[in-house]
Design a protein around this ligand. Structure first.
Ligand SMILES: Nc1c(N[C@@H]2O[C@H](COP(=O)(O)O)[C@@H](O)[C@H]2O)[nH]c(=O)[nH]c1=O
Length: 156
C-alpha cells in the first residue's frame, strides 16, 4: 500500500521536511530540513546574505518563503546539487531522531509519496504522476539506515 504524506499534522507528517526535527550539519544547527535546504540554494551566490535570515526564520514556512523569493539569485549549480543536498539532510534527520527513524523503518518496503498538489519535482503533483524525489529520497534513506543497522548488529 502506497503511503502518502504531506503536511506535518497529517498521517506520516514526520516525513515532511517541515517537521520540527533539527539537524546538525557541518557544526551548524538547523531547526528543520526545510531551513537547511532553502539556505543551501544561496551558498556561493551573490545573494548569500539571505542565508543567516533563512537560518533564523521562526518557522519552516518562513524559511521556504525566503528561499522561494524569485528576485534573488540561486547558486548556479543548484539543479545539479539539490537532490544530493536533500538526501544528506534527510539522512541526518532520521539518524538523529530515533522516534521517527522507527516510523520510517516500520514502513517496510512500502512506496512513500510526498502528496504535494503543487510540486511535481519533490512530490507527485496534482495528477500524482510527478517525480516524487522526496519520497524516493526517503526510501533510499530507509534502505541505507537498514543497511547501517544490520552492519552494526544493533537490530539482530
Ligand atoms: N511539505 C511542504 C512543501 N514541500 C517541500 O517544499 C520544498 C520544495 O521547495 P522549493 O524547492 O522551494 O519549491 C521541499 O522540501 C518539499 O518537500 N511545501 C510547502 O509549501 N508546504 C509544505 O508543507
Amino acid at each position: 500500500m502506497t503511503i502518502y504524506f504531506y503536511k506535518v499534522w497529517q498521517p506520516y507528517g514526520c516525513f515532511s521536511n517541515f517537521s520540527p526535527h533539527g539537524i546538525h550539519i557541518q557544526s551548524t544547527y538547523w531547526p528543520t530540513v526545510e531551513h537547511y535546504y532553502q539556505a543551501q540554494k544561496f551558498v556561493g551566490s551573490i545573494d548569500a546574505a539571505i542565508i543567516p535570515l533563512i537560518h533564523a526564520a521562526a518557522t519552516p514556512e518562513e524559511a521556504a518563503a525566503l528561499g522561494r523569493c524569485s528576485t534573488r539569485q540561486l547558486r548556479r549549480d543548484w539543479d545539479l546539487v539539490k537532490t544530493e543536498i536533500m538526501r544528506e539532510a534527510v539522512l541526518k534527520k532520521f539518524i538523529t531522531h530515533s522516534d521517527i527513524r522507527e516510523v520510517l523503518l516500520k514502513t517496510g518496503d512500502e512506496i512513500l509519496v510526498e502528496n504535494s498538489p503543487t510540486d511535481s519535482f519533490w512530490g507527485c503533483g496534482a495528477n500524482r504522476a510527478g517525480l516524487n524525489h522526496l519520497g524516493k529520497t526517503l526510501m533510499s534513506v530507509r534502505e541505507e539506515i537498514r543497511n547501517l543497522l544490520s552492519l552494526t548488529g544493533i537490530y539482530e
